[in-house]
Ligand binder design. Sequence first.
Ligand SMILES: C[S@@+](CC[C@H](N)C(=O)[O-])C[C@H]1O[C@@H](n2cnc3c(N)ncnc32)[C@H](O)[C@@H]1O
Length: 293
Amino acid sequence: MLRRPARLPPMNYRHHYHAGGAADLLKHLVLVHLVRRLQDKPTPLCYLDTHAGAGSYQLAHEMSQRTGEYARGVARLWGAQGLPGPLADLLRLIEACNPDGALRVYPGSPRVVRALLRPGDRMIACELHMKDVETLHDEFRGDPQVAVHRRDGYEGIKAFLPPKERRGLVLIDPPFERPDEFAAALAGLHTAHARWPTGCLALWYPIKGPVARGKLHAALMHGVIRRVLALELYTRLDDADGLGGSGMIVVNPPWRSDVVLRAALPALAARVADDDLDPAASTRTRVEWIVGE
Ligand SMILES: C[S@@+](CC[C@H](N)C(=O)[O-])C[C@H]1O[C@@H](n2cnc3c(N)ncnc32)[C@H](O)[C@@H]1O
């Protein structure tokens, strides 16, 4: 079952280097908000995580220590009080993974969402890296609400959508190591939307200068998908390319997500953005409709 499927490129990316960094916090804050709002209705939901990673990450691990991304990310939130709704919600969830009060573990997207699932909800996690799939299997072994697949996430979109629940969320969170990953992720988003036009679909992307991000937005702006919200968090100045950070595209966000997340992001930016970035919240965060109704 855990053999490498044929025709796959080598899997070098390890999320341990980035776990708990600012980009994860943006992604997981949005994820927590979306799941909670989808659960405002009692009908069961299905969550598809196309690029699931390892499930959770030990921050003492040599890979996390080497980049120190978590030290400039989740460590700066640790113990914070008075955070806005979804950010406080995420921090409580991270605290629950660290019951003795010391920050040691950072939950990945499957662990974040699993903590929120109600008894009737379910999760499908696709991951390709052999070690991460093994960790995911260990983490969710015997859990009847979680199915782990060693499978290409873009294939998973075709295989698992639409879910029988007809309600829920897809997260597309590739490593962006392939030069064509923006195009692949956009194609994945279109496939997901074609198969499930009413599903809530989220895509995370890195911002390394304005070019790739601009092309993604332009493609969506001139595309067929309606109700497309973009959320961005800028955390650093990239020497040659301008501002750096990460963003999320959310198709069919629950009602008032723009308002709630616009209010929450500045509190995150204030803690995780580099000091040399313009302190004005308006330049560190953006929440805007790329395409309306
Ligand atoms: C950014 S990480 C995922 C992090 C995770 N979603 C989280 O938020 O905690 C991307 C993951 O995708 C995996 N991956 C790369 N290409 C893939 C593919 N085509 N299908 C499924 N997983 C893939 C990598 O091994 C890596 O674990």
